[in-house]
Design a protein around this ligand. Structure first.
Ligand code: ADP
Ligand code: GLC
Length: 486
């Protein structure tokens, strides 16, 4: 089975969130199941050619892509994903990808990913490599299924190629003005009237992905159901409902060679479920690092998050008055909207022994927070999957989450008498519900026996990629068998 896996970030090359964790790891597991994989990502400015031993592919050479009235050229650089034979193809075009951020609000944001998507298809042509499935991820790749059905339908290379489109987050849809149609050379018939790429008079790349792909997946079972509703579908619920028989939820896995306190080389003290001493030392180290007092009886609550509405920071802000009354310390790692960055900066200034924050992206610190915190808070308004709560389980850092999406599928509420559960969850999207869940966690923290049991329940769980990769493989096979019948 030949799979082209197309994504706009992948660890260890480029990461803004969980998408990168998925794209840099899942292909390896698919390869172990016998797939031949080529991964495609843009060659961003920050990707270090020397460190990753990138080499130029002469077979592909220079590809010209007509876009927005200009002829732009793409080149392909390659290397292998570590510990695997997965070939990574970096689509290079400094004009589009040498920017301060991977995603921008620049006027040509549409062009950047039209270019990338066409670049992938044209690179496949030059490589003369016909994938059985092109696995597209999120709106940035949402035009590929349409391009294959229309702009490139002449090419027999793709005669047997199916497409699978994974929605990692329906909240980001890639909506652009109608002028993007011409840039992409997409026929107007797809726009008018109420066409498959039109969304309230905008051109939606996400909608195109959902409409034209053969199979659609999202990253947890619960989110797959939620996005069919008005509350969670972000306007695409009706289309998703029409396609519900082709829509599947597959939970993301975890790469335990990276996220495991027993072997994690980014934390100062390793530890395991049988000996949690190292965890305590990490907590002390972390608190010292931020100049805070260490007291084993005061729980440390961690947050690692993109600071955006999705992550429930509005109900956090709303309930601050009550949260401050709880005997706990807080460590926050993240960046995003100004209002949240400012809020956390202020909290650190006003309560220096209660709040520590690092505003920015820091991979090493994310491991240390997982290892050093006692509790991990993720009060998301919606959460397609969420990886941090799953990492937290392995690190014995008890998650407090809102019962939604992937959080609902991974975190089971602690039950006092039965001794079951691996965290604390709440239903209502409200400050009150959030505070009450945090209080429950903090009270239980004082009961050392119960706490150890919750930690152990979580640490013993296994969310490795193996079974999820098998589910993807089944869907690839389904897509191929349908194609053969048609
Ligand atoms: P999302 O993809 O919606 O941001 P996930 O929980 O799926 O949420 O994944 C977030 C990933 O990004 C995790 O690996 C987390 O550790 C990482 N991350 C988020 N913010 C930061 C940050 N400021 N610094 C380092 N890592 C971060
Ligand atoms: C998105 C979602 C997150 C998910 C990640 C990887 O960023 O917000 O919930 O874990 O994609 O699929």
């Amino acid at each position: 089975m030949k799979i082209a896996f197309v994504c706009t970030e992948a660890v260890p090359f480029a990461k803004t969130g969980g998408l990168a964790d998925v794209a840099g790891v899942l292909p390896k597991y698919l390869e172990r199941l016998g797939c031949e994989i080529k991964l495609f990502i843009p060659k961003y400015y920050s990707i270090d050619e020397t460190k990753f031993n990138l080499h130029y592919n002469w077979e592909v050479g220079e590809i010209y892509i007509r876009i927005g009235g200009h002829l732009r050229s793409a080149h392909v650089y390659q290397c292998k994903l570590v510990d695997s034979n997965v070939e990574i193809n970096f689509i290079d075009c400094p004009h589009y990808f040498h920017r301060a951020h991977f995603y921008t609000n620049d006027a040509d944001e549409d062009e950047r990913f039209i270019f990338f998507s066409k670049g992938v298809i044209e690179a496949l042509q030059r490589l003369k490599w016909a994938p059985d499935v092109i696995h597209c991820n999120d709106w940035q790749t949402g035009l590929i299924p349409l391009f294959l059905k229309d702009n490139y339908s002449w090419d027999k290379l793709f005669e047997k190629t199916s497409t699978l489109f994974t929605i990692h987050n329906i909240g980001y849809q890639g909506k652009f003005q109608k002028t993007a149609l011409a840039k992409a050379e997409i026929d107007e018939k797809y726009f008018f009237p109420m066409g498959p790429v039109e969304f309230y008079n905008d051109f939606s790349f996400m909608k195109s992905g959902i409409f034209f792909s053969d199979i659609i997946t999202t990253v947890s079972r619960t989110y797959a159901k939620e996005i069919l509703t008005n509350d969670y579908g972000a306007g695409l619920q009706n289309l998703l409902f029409e396609r519900r028989n082709d829509l599947y939820g597959i939970l993301n896995g975890v790469e335990y060679s990276t996220w495991n306190p027993e072997s994690d080389d980014q934390i100062p003290f390793n530890y395991s479920v049988d000996n949690l001493e190292g965890k305590l030392k990490n907590k002390e180290y972390l608190l010292n690092h931020f100049g805070m007092t260490f007291d084993n009886d005061v729980p440390l609550i961690g947050i690692i998050s993109r600071m955006v509405e999705q992550k429930g920071l509005d109900i956090f802000a709303e309930s601050l008055y009550d949260l401050l009354k709880i005997r706990a310390q807080w460590i926050i790692l993240g960046s995003g909207e100004d209002k949240y960055e400012e809020l956390f900066r202020e909290l650190v200034l006003n309560y220096p022994d209660k709040f520590a924050a690092y505003i920015g992206f820091n991979n090493e610190l994310s491991h240390l927070v997982e290892a050093g915190a006692d509790i991990f808070l993720m009060p998301s308004r919606y959460e397609p999957c969420g990886l941090n709560q799953i990492y937290s389980l392995k690190y014995g850092t008890v998650p407090v989450v809102r019962n939604t999406g992937g959080l609902a599928d991974t975190i089971k509420d602690w039950h006092d008498y039965k001794n079951t559960g691996n965290g604390f969850s709440f239903n209502d999207y409200s400050g009150e519900a959030l505070v009450s869940a945090v209080k429950r966690a903090v009270e239980t923290f004082m009961d050392k026996i119960a706490w150890k049991k919750i930690q152990a329940n979580g640490m013993k769980e296994d969310f490795t990629w193996d079974s999820s990769a098998e589910e993807y493989l089944k869907l690839y096979k389904l897509a191929v068998s349908r194609k053969n019948k048609s």
